[in-house]
Ligand binder design. Sequence first.
Ligand code: SAM
Length: 359
Amino acid sequence: MGGKQSKSKLSSSLSPLSSSAGCCGFLCNKKRKNPNSKKSKHDVEDISNEIGRNSLSSSRHSMPNYSWMDGRRFLEDSNYLLPKDDEEIDRSNTIHFLVKHVLNGNYKAPITDTMKKCLDVGSGNGAWLMDMASEFPDVSFIGVDIDLQSPSAIYPQNCQFDTCDILGGLPYEDETFDYVHCRWVICWLPREKFRFVLEEMIRVTKRGGWIEFLESNFAEVRNPGPVFKSLWNTWKEISELRRYDNHVIMTLEKILRELPVDKLSSTKISVPFGEKGEKTGEIWKGILSGAYTAMSPKWREYLNISAEQMHELIDAVLKEHDERGVHTNWYLFVGQRKFRSNDDAIANEDDTASEFEIV
Ligand SMILES: C[S@@+](CC[C@H](N)C(=O)[O-])C[C@H]1O[C@@H](n2cnc3c(N)ncnc32)[C@H](O)[C@@H]1O
């Protein structure tokens, strides 16, 4: 498929990180710290011990349970639908560098030199975390994920990767981090857990610290065609079984406005698909085609259709996206945890204090 070809080409042209060869670390249901790191005042070695709330979850004690479908590996016993394999690690690398290009950097929160500790929730292959750790060598970075796909040996000294299911809470003490980042994770959680997970992220953020989210509504496609609409109807059924929220952006905005967060801003970024979007469009096409392919084993099972039929469906929807000049929207939320402790209690009444730019 065209997407597959462009994926590997673009991965290598965009990414200074190695692809699957360097990132395949499934030793990683344990907390991992860089074996090459030396102790220094910024050493993150003992961060989890210091902050050790809720331990690093029962998953530390057992290897994750995987299943295979159509040559792709999936995490069992989890609500997460995308595969956990080398191909997905490659795709995530490409996404990382595209996002960095589109946002013109790795973050939008006004973080400063005083930042000491940063958390990436649902860190996946660790590309964002490692990139940030290189940019801020004096800051301690922790990535937490239900199933880490970050390198198990070679990564910056100021990185640590922890395993935990965030649906059970974050294993860190209150007010630990200056900055908490979370990208394309909330959309994969059951919607009744959103508020709890967001509250956890705010709990572990220092007062005056910053939170940042990047998400997109799965089906928010401008100018969709009939093939996409029919896929969308199937998606609605699949996502309902997993309790995904297809309006995650609206829900996220609503909950954030009810929590002790100030200076909340939202930015919509419209990303073109395919040739009409030039280089960005071509890369995004490769990424989305990889996403359709990644989900296809589960779709195929649900629809009870052959691999060939699924393949034809994906080709048709990609062609349709291209012809119609489709755009998808990303939404970036940035906010600051309120400073005063009594602000937490009055957050609901204090809405007017937030600036919220509706886009
Ligand atoms: C689409 S990936 C995004 C990864 C990374 N943030 C990035 O931008 O490349 C979603 C990540 O969320 C993680 N995840 C999903 N559900 C989770 C849960 N309940 N607890 C912890 N991590 C979870 C997945 O394992 C996966 O790595």
